[in-house]
Design a protein around this ligand. Structure first.
Ligand code: AKG
Ligand code: FE2
Length: 288
């Protein structure tokens, strides 16, 4: 019904209702395993929500370190948020890798003397992939190397604190000097740790839709994958993950996803995010 309505109202544009892509979603409590991660990497699982996946003490300390960080910056690339670390989004390779190098001490300082849960997963996955004859490493260039994660507090106001988007466009269109562009042909996995969550909202919403290049062009988001309009997403099934501090969400970043608005002025939402995927059958790259 909705599809029919939409194609009628948008008949002046060459427009089709977005295709519904099937999703496979899992929610569990406890620690994440390398098998879970590889399942997302291979496209078998669309999204995994691990509840209570890392300790609340570690979560609180990372949050305190983020708030007090002298490396905390305001994003100026059209995506509202404060961050520590570097984002390759809309940056050429020279700029991104230089920023990653400059930000490294601040990213490291988020974990101070803690056993860094992001690095722990990276290490475990590296060991498992090594056994399978697959190399896992941080993306790099002549200008430097990616960091293991970036920390972000989204600050968009309204329905979403981070607007609906996909993580593949920015990889596919990363540009010269990036070795990660080829990952866009495979699953771009997005790993999110949540050290702090607001009382209300800040949920991760995932739509049953994996945009194609043609979809992105039609939506005017070919190079960014951001943002998809409410009108475009209307009528598509979606799922929402109610996250708590200490949770992990691992998703196929090719599916449209966003973060719902946050209410109240209590705790702020903090995510540690990284991306990874197969660049070649024997190489998995990791970046931010
Ligand atoms: O903060 C989140 O839950 C999702 C973050 C995200 O989608 C991104 O950084 O691309
Ligand atoms: Fe994303």
């Amino acid at each position: 019904m909705i599809t029919h309505y939409r194609s009628k109202t948008m008949s002046s544009q060459i427009s089709q209702a977005p295709a519904i892509s099937p999703v496979s979603i899992r929610e569990r409590t406890g620690s994440i395993s390398t098998a879970d991660i590889i399942s997302v990497l291979k496209g078998e699982t669309t999204a995994l929500h691990m509840k209570q996946a890392f300790s609340t003490e570690v979560a609180e300390e990372i949050t305190t370190n983020f708030s007090g960080s002298t490396g905390l910056k305001e994003r100026k690339d059209g995506v509202p948020g404060q961050y520590v670390g570097a984002s390759h989004y809309r940056k050429d390779a020279a700029t991104y890798f230089a920023e990653a190098e400059n930000a490294r001490p601040y990213v490291d300082a988020l974990f101070k003397n803690l056993v860094d849960p992001v690095r722990a997963i990276f290490g475990a996955l590296k060991r498992e992939l090594d056994n399978q004859g697959i190399e896992l490493r941080l993306a790099r260039s002549e200008h430097g190397q990616a960091n293991v994660c970036r920390a972000i507090s989204w600050s968009g106001s309204g329905t979403f604190s981070l607007d609906p988007h996909d993580d593949v466009a920015q990889v596919l269109r990363a540009g010269d000097g990036y070795e990660l562009s080829s990952v866009a042909q495979n699953t771009v996995a997005a790993l999110n740790f949540y050290p702090s969550m607001p009382e209300e909202g800040g949920n991760l919403r995932l739509w049953s839709h994996k945009p194609t290049v043609a979809d992105r062009i039609a939506q005017g988001v070919e190079t960014t994958g951001y943002p998809y309009s409410a009108a475009y997403l209307e009528g598509l099934p979606c799922r929402e993950f109610e996250l708590k501090a200490g949770d992990i969400a691992l998703i196929d970043g090719g599916f449209v996803h966003g973060v719902t608005g946050q209410t109240g002025n209590g705790k702020r939402r903090l995510v540690l995010n990284s991306f990874f995927g197969f660049a070649r059958p024997d190489l998995v790259l990791w970046w931010t």
